[in-house]
Design a protein. Structure first.
Length: 471
């Protein structure tokens, strides 16, 4: 029998607030262990949480970026459980009344519906030392604001799950909600997965794989779990609903101990934080601050004449897309600027392992270079060298071209003189050419370029040489 996978994702994204959500501790990544904690975020008895509305604003932006309804009323609950990374022994989260509901994300092939986005606080981090056989707790992450994005079970393959996660990460980055660095854990994904016979409408029993922190491991964990579940079904056994951990090194899922799984959280309304009222005017004001999102940008790029693949390449890196937009403002030739970025700049950035955010070239200098290559101020080959120098040493393209003698000369008299000289020095080649050997023309062109240097305009050289040979 063949089976279909059903997948729903829960994505946790850390919000880019300066401080934690219920206290004034820094919300930056890292820091020496247990130096960013206070009585509030470590849950000392008698301390009161204070909700920072900055987190609400970012959650609303996430909702807008993911096409959700923003709720005028939302509220916080306590989710009670004991685990060493949670000193309060409860997590404050929006259980009954989330801030956003009913959104969607378009991926290549379809729409994935979002059930809800709610605000909650992150827990600390446990560091397990297998050699010493002990676990250490770092509470710096306790109380960093998160949103949890929960999808409907609309995803049907590992590929779709990866596409969806990448699209969400990009949208959150564009909206300035989260830096979405999966490797640092600022965006993490829980995968709920079940299988059912193809064509069935009844979902199977699901398992939940916790805390995947790369697109690759999301894909691998799904493939593995699909095989494991279908094999169980084939053998007539049942899938047990449980929480699993993905072991990336071994490439297998493993059940967490069952005591960690006792799902009786005894939710109740958080007594120390008032509900959140957000007016339509406030939502509108936040909407007005939203930047252009990836989908809109892509539509605009397609209208400017870029191919979908080129548009995607630029959009995938927000800093690069911003660079491109600024450069096109300086030199309105969208296709030429895009091609210089994609063909030349990206390759060099790769070689230098240079992220777009750290580019030292200004968009206007880059635009100038594109223009110089287009209008024949420098040759294409020289433009590449100039770009290299701009990246490695800095400087404006015109300066570099002048210093390096790369400005293309349109003076035909020098070219004619060189042609006379070279033809006189190579009578045999001239003879061969006249006898019909086209190959020898390349040799003569090469001689010309060598004699004229970087300033030779190949079009002019070719024309003059042809004229002389055919006269
Ligand atoms: P819980 O409250 O136990 O976390 P939810 O109903 O909120 O459960 O669902 C959590 C996630 O699991 C959602 O993304 C949902 O789409 C997904 N999901 C629910 N049922 C299934 C299923 N049978 N197979 C795969 N995913 C499922
Ligand atoms: Mg869940
Ligand atoms: Zn604190």
């Amino acid at each position: 029998m063949s089976y279909e996978t059903v997948i729903g994702l829960e994505i946790h994204a850390e919000l880019l607030t300066l401080t934690k959500v219920f206290c004034g501790c820094s919300a930056d990544f890292g820091g020496e262990e247990n130096t960013r904690v206070c009585p509030r975020c470590s849950g000392m008895p008698g301390s009161l949480p204070l909700f920072g509305r900055g987190a609400a604003e970012l959650a609303i932006k996430a909702g807008l970026a993911l096409n959700c309804k923003i709720n005028n009323f939302s509220a916080f609950d306590r989710k009670n459980y004991f685990y060493p990374d949670l000193p309060k022994a409860y997590q404050i989260t929006q259980f009954n009344y989330p801030i956003c509901t009913d959104g969607f994300v378009d991926i290549c092939t379809k729409k994935i519906r979002i059930n809800r986005i709610h605000i909650e606080e992150d827990a600390g981090k446990l560091i397990h030392d297998d050699e010493l056989g002990l676990s250490l707790a770092d509470y710096n992450r306790c109380g960093i604001p998160l949103i949890e994005i929960v999808t409907e079970p609309d995803i049907r393959s590992a590929e779709e799950a990866k596409q969806f996660t990448a699209a969400v990460a990009l949208a959150l980055k564009y909206a300035g909600v989260c830096d979405a660095k999966m490797e640092q854990g600022s965006l993490r994904c829980d995968v709920n997965i079940s299988v059912m016979p193809k064509g069935s409408k009844v979902f199977g029993t699901r398992t939940e794989i916790k805390n995947l922190n790369s697109l690759r491991s999301i894909g691998r964990a799904i493939e593995y779990e699909y095989s494991r579940q279908t094999e169980l079904c084939e053998r007539g056994e049942r899938v047990i609903q449980q929480t699993l951990h993905w072991n990336d090194a071994l490439g297998v899922t493993k059940a967490l101990r069952s005591k960690e799984e006792a799902h009786d959280y005894r939710y109740f309304p958080e007594p120390d934080i008032p509900p959140l009222f957000i007016t339509d005017e406030e939502i509108k004001a936040i909407k007005n601050t939203m930047p252009e999102m990836p989908k809109e940008k892509k539509e605009r790029y397609l209208k400017m004449g870029l191919t979908p693949a080129d548009a995607d390449l630029l959009i995938f890196d927000k800093a690069l897309a911003d660079f491109y937009d600024e450069a096109v403002k300086c030199y309105n030739n969208p296709k030429s600027v895009a091609s210089m970025i994609i063909v030349e700049l990206l390759r060099r950035m790769n070689d230098l392992s240079l992220p777009a955010a750290e580019l030292k070239i200004t968009p206007s200098d880059f635009a100038e270079l594109c223009k110089m290559a287009d209008d024949g101020t420098v040759s294409r080959g020289a433009a590449k060298d100039i770009l290299k120098q701009m990246l490695e040493v800095g400087g404006s393209p015109m300066e570099i071209a002048e210093k390096g003698g790369m400005l293309m000369s349109n003076d035909t008299s020098a070219v004619e003189a060189a042609a006379d000289e070279i033809l006189a020095a190579n009578p045999k080649a001239v003879e061969e050419y006249k006898a019909g050997s086209a190959k020898v023309f390349g040799f003569l062109m090469g001689q010309m370029c060598r004699s004229l240097g970087r300033s030779a305009n190949p079009a002019i050289v070719k024309k003059v040489l042809e004229e002389k040979l055919n006269s």
